[in-house]
Design a protein around this ligand. Structure first.
Ligand code: SF4
Length: 75
């Protein structure tokens, strides 16, 4: 928990974006991984995870908005 808060503070300080997937919400539909495999990957448990916080080839906020269960957070 402390590590997460520290990371958020550092990201805020350096004006960085943090992308995360709520594991409890993700239904494994594959929309995010299918849209940008550079930023999202599917785990063996069929739950997506964010692997990048910045991308030159996709719009992370657009993907987050398209997630059917609003599991992706971009902040
Ligand atoms: S779009 Fe949302 S529900 Fe679908 S795999 Fe990605 S995080 Fe999970």
């Amino acid at each position: 928990m402390l590590g997460g808060r520290l990371l958020l503070r550092l990201c805020y300080y350096y004006d960085m974006v943090v992308v995360s997937v709520d594991r409890d919400k993700c239904i494994g539909c594959g929309l995010c991984t299918g849209t940008c495999s550079e930023c999202f990957e599917m785990g063996g448990d069929n739950i997506a995870r964010a692997i990048k916080n910045k991308c030159d080839t996709c719009d992370l906020k657009e993907i987050a908005d398209a997630c059917p269960v609003s599991a992706i957070t971009v902040k």
